[in-house]
Structures are given as structure tokens and as C-alpha cells.
Design a binder for this molecule. Structure first.
Ligand code: ADP
Ligand code: TRP
Length: 334
């Protein structure tokens, strides 16, 4: 029996890259296991970048509505908001007392993020420790993540190993599951689609807005009549990621034979996005307009998550020597 666990930060509205690269594959992997998966919205991690309470809440609901609209069954899996399980910050503290400073100072993700910031917070620095706590608290086996999270999983394994050596076997060592087959989707400017570049396509949002964004996809200056290289075109790559192989082959033909413009290709892309995500868009709107329903679902998930969290944490407290002792012996005066 394998327990799947993954988190997605509520640092923005999920985009097409998140859906194809993270959300759909995680749900598929979760549904393939007999055991319920732990899937959560990492709003505490998002606090390292979002400093507007209203925006953070809105993003959290957007992420919740997206997972639910993409088919996550909250009755079968444990779906919750990270901050609804305060036990995770307690475990993060115990782990941080075992974390060597250079391990965090040399982490790629920290070096990269902190290089662009005028002010670097301790939260950003200890981000991987909170992530380790997310995973170890629930004794997860498999962690589906993007390649960018590889080092964070290694840190988690190192911390679990260090804890077990010092205090006895308490934590399972988790394994990452990388999604090799998923390509990195380009955004409308041709760079990797990412919230931080503002080049995303929000396929579950307003259609008019989506249409406008698709029309803004950057293409080269090949004239209408000339043949075009599909492999070097962002419009084509996005189309291929979403459409059936047959439709992709047809579009490839049109590119290669010439007389087919980028404007037409963009219309074809918009149509395929509209069709492919029609059901999810409808479900997203339903969830989005029912925040009380989302709260109910998240509350139910948090209750289940906290039960498991308490089980681990009571063992951890005993092991490290905090809280009431279960061995009620008297202490010698020395
Ligand atoms: P962003 O770059 O927009 O901040 P995140 O880092 O929050 O996105 O992404 C969460 C997960 O979504 C990543 O671990 C990765 O698996 C997936 N993902 C993000 N962007 C893309 C993309 N352009 N193509 C494919 N998958 C992506
Ligand atoms: N750091 C992850 C990301 O940016 C999100 C995350 C937080 C996570 N806690 C986690 C992923 C635990 C997997 C397991 O994508």
C-alpha cells in the first residue's frame, strides 16, 4: 500500500502548465492507489511570496476549485488546506533543530529565489523544512512533484534519516515521483509558462480573456503563404499538448504546406482549449461560486489529516522529550 502526497502552493491561480504538469497527473496517480492520497493547498508556503491576505485567500479558493473541478474526489482522498493542520508548523520546528544550516543555505531553490530579492525572509530560508514536515507528518511514500522539487525531497529524506538516527525509527523515507513524460509547456511569450513570468493561460477562467491571451502568443515573422516550422512555434506546441494526435497531425500538415497563418492557428488553439476544458470550466464556476461548499470539503479533509498528524506528532513529542511524558516516573534528585 502506498500513500501518495503532494502540495500545490496558493501563490496564484493555477494555469495550463499546472493542470497538465501537476494536477491531472497527481489525481491520476492518486486514483490508481488503494490507499487515500493526501493532497493539499500549501498556503503557508505561499506566504513566502504573497503578502495580501485577501489575495492569498482568493488564490487558495482558486486552487481548491481547480483540483475539485479537475476530478479530485474529496471523499476518497484527504484534501485539505495546509494551514488547517497547525501540527505541521510544530513538526517543522523539531526538524529545524536538526537541520544543518549549510543544507538550507546551499539549496538551489533558495539561492535562486533569494538572488532576486532585496529582502530575504527566514520563511524563505526554512521553506524546505516546512515542506519536509508536510511530507513526514503523514508518513507518505510517494511524492509526485516537478523536477524543480528534487532537492526538496532529498532534504526531506536527509532530515527523516537524521531524526531516525538520533531519536529512533519514526519517519518513513519518501520517494519522489517525477513526471518524465510531461513536457514543460511554453507560455504566451515562449518562455516556460509560469506565474512569475505573467505569461500563463488560465484555461478554466473567462473565455474572452483566454481568447485575448491566445491572440497575444508571440510568433515569428514568417509570412502567411510560406511554410512554417511547427516545432519552433509556441502555438503549435500548446495545441499538441492538448489536442488529439490526429488533430495535431492535421495542424502539422497545414504548417508545413504553407498558406496557413498564425492567426488561424491561434483560433484553432482557442477552440481546442475551449472544448478540452469545457466540463472542468463549468465545474470550476460551480465550486468558485460556492465557497461554503469548498470550506466544508476542506474542513472534512483537515479533520482526517489532523488525526494522522496527531498520531505522528505524539510519537515525535515523546521521542524528542517535550510535552507530558507517558512514562510517569519520578525524577531522581541527582
Ligand atoms: P509556477 O512556475 O507557475 O510558479 P509552480 O512552480 O507553482 O508554477 O508549479 C507547480 C507544479 O506545476 C510544478 O512542480 C510543475 O510540476 C508544474 N508546472 C508548472 N509550470 C509548468 C509548465 N510550464 N509546464 C509543465 N508543468 C508545469
Ligand atoms: N514546494 C512545492 C512547489 O512549489 C509545494 C509543496 C509544499 C509540496 N509542500 C509540499 C509539494 C509537499 C510536495 C510535497 O511545487
Amino acid at each position: 500500500m502506498s500513500r501518495i502526497l503532494t502540495g500545490i502552493q496558493s501563490s496564484g491561480k493555477p494555469h495550463l502548465g499546472n493542470l497538465l504538469g501537476a494536477i491531472f497527473p497527481a489525481i491520476e496517480l492518486a486514483d490508481a492507489q488503494a490507499e487515500p492520497a493526501y493532497l493539499f493547498i500549501a498556503d503557508l508556503h505561499a506566504l513566502t511570496t504573497v503578502r495580501d491576505a485577501r489575495l492569498l485567500r482568493e488564490n487558495t479558493y482558486a486552487v481548491a476549485a481547480t483540483w475539485l473541478a479537475c476530478g479530485l474526489d474529496p471523499k476518497r482522498h484527504v484534501f485539505f488546506r495546509q494551514s488547517d493542520v497547525p501540527e505541521v508548523t510544530e513538526l517543522a520546528w523539531y526538524l529545524s533543530c536538526l537541520t544543518p544550516y549549510p543544507m538550507l543555505a546551499n539549496a538551489h531553490s533558495f539561492k535562486e529565489k533569494s538572488a532576486h530579492l532585496a529582502e530575504v525572509s527566514a520563511g524563505l530560508f526554512t521553506y524546505p523544512v516546512l515542506m519536509a514536515a508536510d511530507i513526514l507528518l503523514y508518513q507518505a511514500d510517494w511524492i509526485p512533484v516537478g523536477k524543480d522539487q528534487k532537492q526538496h525531497i532529498e532534504i526531506t529524506r536527509d532530515l527523516a534519516g537524521a531524526f531516525n538516527r538520533v531519536y529512533g525509527e519514526i519517519f518513513k523515507l519518501p520517494e519522489p515521483v517525477f513526471r518524465e513524460e510531461v513536457m514543460v509547456l511554453p507560455g504566451i511569450d515562449g518562455r516556460k509558462m509560469s506565474k512569475s513570468y505573467g505569461n500563463t493561460l488560465d484555461v478554466l477562467g473567462d473565455l474572452q480573456e483566454l481568447h485575448k491571451r491566445v491572440k497575444r502568443i508571440v510568433t515569428d515573422a514568417t509570412p502567411l503563404h510560406a511554410p512554417k516550422d511547427p516545432e519552433r512555434c509556441t502555438v503549435f506546441q500548446l495545441f499538441a499538448a492538448v489536442a488529439s494526435p490526429e488533430r495535431t497531425a492535421e495542424l502539422r500538415e497545414k504548417y508545413l504546406s504553407g498558406g496557413y497563418g498564425y492567426g488561424q492557428a491561434k483560433e484553432a488553439l482557442f477552440e481546442v482549449l475551449k472544448e478540452r476544458f469545457a466540463a472542468q470550466r463549468e465545474a470550476y464556476e460551480r465550486w468558485w461560486s460556492a465557497p461554503d461548499e469548498m470550506e466544508k470539503v476542506l474542513w472534512m479533509g483537515a479533520q482526517k489529516a489532523r488525526e494522522e498528524a496527531e498520531r505522528t506528532l505524539s510519537r515525535v513529542r515523546q521521542a524528542v522529550g517535550v510535552g507530558a511524558s507517558i512514562f510517569r516516573r519520578s525524577f531522581s534528585r541527582g
